[in-house]
Design a protein around this ligand. Structure first.
Ligand SMILES: Cc1cc2nc3c(=O)[nH]c(=O)nc-3n(C[C@H](O)[C@H](O)[C@H](O)COP(=O)(O)O)c2cc1C
Length: 212
């Protein structure tokens, strides 16, 4: 468990929960957090207990009407090779002229990190008509919370889509239903090199005060 303190137990259902959590460590993480480009990821990956705990945290996200419109496929070890084969087969099906090199590249994509937590947006038909958009936003929240939880546990992470997230053959191989989509392949491992800071948004351009 990387020597970390065990996670707090989830509060009992209905128990009062503090609305705030002042934490300078959380602020430090958010002020400096950086994804690790997938090419910089390597072994080792998070062990089972870290994975279980980070996924528990990742599923504790805002979710309108408690629909739980997401699920996660953990792909690690030899299963990555099966995913690589599925990527190559999907590429061949959609582009029969793909070269051997392109097929090999496709096969190699999942091998770039020891663990891939594949977050699936899984919207449900809600009688109260919660928009699919809101359900998909919740899946995005799962992805980012997973990134943050992983980094707080000491694991490097990168949220990747690439073409396989949009490929029907890959969706079939992953067992996705018609309505499900890959929200993100969250590649998890250890950084082989330190990523450098990238350009960040200009707050003044992105945030305005709306006065009516
Ligand atoms: C939905 C989504 C899909 C992404 N897909 C890719 C991708 O396929 N390839 C890639 O290099 N970065 C992708 N990124 C960007 C990286 O995950 C990351 O956000 C980016 O490198 C910026 O790093 P930062 O998290 O340090 O700000 C994606 C981001 C999001 C939100």
């Amino acid at each position: 468990m990387s020597g970390r303190k065990p996670l707090l137990a989830p509060p009992e259902f209905g128990a009062p929960v503090s609305p705030i959590h002042p934490s300078s460590e959380t602020l430090d993480l958010l002020a400096t957090r950086r994804s690790t480009p997938v090419a910089m990821l390597g072994e080792p990956g998070p062990p089972a207990d870290d994975l279980r705990d980070m996924l528990r945290l990742a599923l504790r996200v805002p979710d309108h009407r408690k629909l739980e419109p997401w699920r996660v496929l953990v792909i690690e070890g030899a299963a990555r090779e099966a995913l690589g084969e599925a990527f190559a087969a999907a590429l061949k099906a959609s582009r029969p002229d793909a070269s051997a090199l392109e097929l090999d590249e496709a096969r190699g994509l999942p091998m770039r990190a020891p663990v891939i937590a594949t977050v699936i947006s899984s919207p449900v038909d809600d009688p109260k008509k919660t928009p699919v958009w809101e359900q998909e936003l919740s899946a995005g929240a799962v992805c980012q919370t997973l990134m943050i939880a992983a980094q707080a546990m000491g694991w490097a992470a990168c949220w990747i889509s690439e073409w396989p997230a949009y490929d029907a053959g890959v969706a079939k191989a992953l067992g996705l239903s018609e309505r499900e989509r890959v929200a993100g392949f969250i590649y998890l491992g250890t950084a082989k090199a330190e990523p450098v800071e990238r350009a960040r948004p200009d707050i003044a351009k992105k945030v305005q005060s709306w006065q009516g």
